[in-house]
Design a binder for this molecule. Structure first.
Ligand SMILES: [Zn+2]
Length: 407
């Protein structure tokens, strides 16, 4: 068994141990409540240290800061039927400010279901300062924006509410809430809402960087990146474990670091491992790194970003692969020889993860995510590590190490 393990390179048991740790309650969803980011960072750095990775500076950390709004205390939303459960029945917008009061719920007609219809309805009707407008709509373009003369907006959906923190750099006076429509069937007239925000203009956080020096080309780098942050906590109870997003990519990075640190796997090129914070709040970690690199970005042969790699029954998608046709052909060639993955799907540019700030600086950078229906939870409290599939873990790991080897 052990021999097979070593020969195959990857160690999914180790990756699962990392995933369980990263998604545990002790790390508070790896956000900015209860220093979740720092606890996760300390764990990653400790693993790097055990692997004897080299560091570019004194240690593995690159510190930086960004503005972020948080909700460390209790969050209450109460209607006639009782209290709703934060995270499960509703989420509040990350740009909300402290609130404590009773509000009138004003139900909009069901056909007011998009941004412009909502904006029209709002502008032609009169509302009271204590009204919260309730709509069955997504309102993606308006979400988190300020509306004068009303207290807030509540959006109802049949699905579990999903949270995001990319609008946490500012706060406004309008309360925004997303809630499960099943809780509002009887159209309760009032809602009692109470929570406190805590805004950090300069929350200090950190990226973690280590490397294994190459034998033949020590000054040429293959860089593997993944964001280790997630949404953290919304209030003092609801925490978002972020197993697929992006405990999965972080765990694979740690396994790749373990692999390349073994004497028998010592690579020809230097292999750099970077885990970023701040991705969920707007690619802050990778942007900071690309603006303030701790090594010359020109040394990068290829950067591969891993974000949400827990599924794979339908193969992988490679963002930017339609720009780097040579790379796509190389990957497909390897896959044809070894059948590691069901398919390698081509995709163009998309500034949707941490490869983007590097790509914008002229670095050859791609972003890989897995595809498949086996993982459906996205940005909910149920993106958990239990029975985590890691369907294409083995195949993707081998494709990556083979790609490095064949370069
Ligand atoms: Zn995410």
């Amino acid at each position: 068994m052990l021999l097979i393990h070593l020969a195959e390179g990857q160690d999914v048991d180790y990756a699962r141990t990392c995933l369980n740790k990263l998604t545990s309650k002790a790390f508070h969803g790896r956000g900015y409540v209860k220093k979740g980011d720092k606890k996760a960072a300390a764990f990653i750095a400790e693993e790097f240290r055990k692997d004897n990775l080299s560091s570019f500076g004194e240690d593995y950390f690159q510190y930086y800061s960004f503005p972020i709004n948080t909700f460390p205390g209790k969050i209450t939303l109460e209607i006639d039927d009782g209290k709703l459960i934060p995270g499960e029945d509703f989420v509040i917008s990350c740009s909300n400010k402290s609130t404590d009061g009773e509000f009138n719920l004003v139900y909009l007609p069901d056909d007011i279901d998009n941004d412009s219809l909502f904006a029209d309805y709002y502008s032609v009707n009169n509302f009271r300062p204590n009204d919260i407008l309730v709509a069955k709509a997504n309102l993606r373009g308006l979400y988190g924006k300020a509306f004068e003369g009303i207290a807030g907006v509540m959006l109802l959906s049949d699905k579990s509410p999903w949270w995001h923190v990319s609008n946490g750099a500012f706060i406004n006076n309008t309360i925004w809430i997303k809630a499960k429509s099943s809780k509002f069937i009887d159209k309760p007239a009032k809602a009692r809402i109470k929570f406190k925000n805590e805004f950090f203009a300069d929350y200090q956080t950190q990226n973690i960087v280590g490397f294994v020096k190459g034998k033949k080309y020590p000054d040429k780098y293959f860089v593997f990146t993944a964001h280790y942050d997630h949404l953290g906590m919304m209030g003092n109870k609801a925490y978002f474990p972020g197993a697929n997003d992006n405990g999965s990519g972080t765990s694979m990075i740690l396994d790749l670091a373990r692999h390349y640190s073994l004497a028998e796997n010592r690579p020809d090129y230097s292999i750099v491992f970077i885990t970023f914070s701040g991705e969920e709040s707007g690619l802050h970690g990778s942007r900071y790194f690309a603006e303030n690199p701790i090594f010359d970005l020109k040394n990068i042969e290829l950067l591969i970003n891993l974000d949400m790699v827990g599924s794979g029954s339908e193969g992988i998608t490679v963002v930017n692969s339609s720009i780097y046709k040579d790379l796509l052909e190389k990957m497909r060639g390897i896959n044809d020889d070894y059948s590691f993955l069901k398919q390698i799907k081509e995709r163009g540019e998309s500034c949707n993860s941490d490869h983007c700030p590097f790509y914008q600086k002229g670095v050859k950078a791609v972003f890989i995510y897995t595809m498949g229906d086996e993982l459906k939870e996205y940005h909910t409290i149920n993106d958990k590590a239990d029975d985590f599939p890691f369907t294409a873990y083995d195949g993707l790991f081998k494709l990556l190490t083979r790609l490095v080897k064949n370069n």
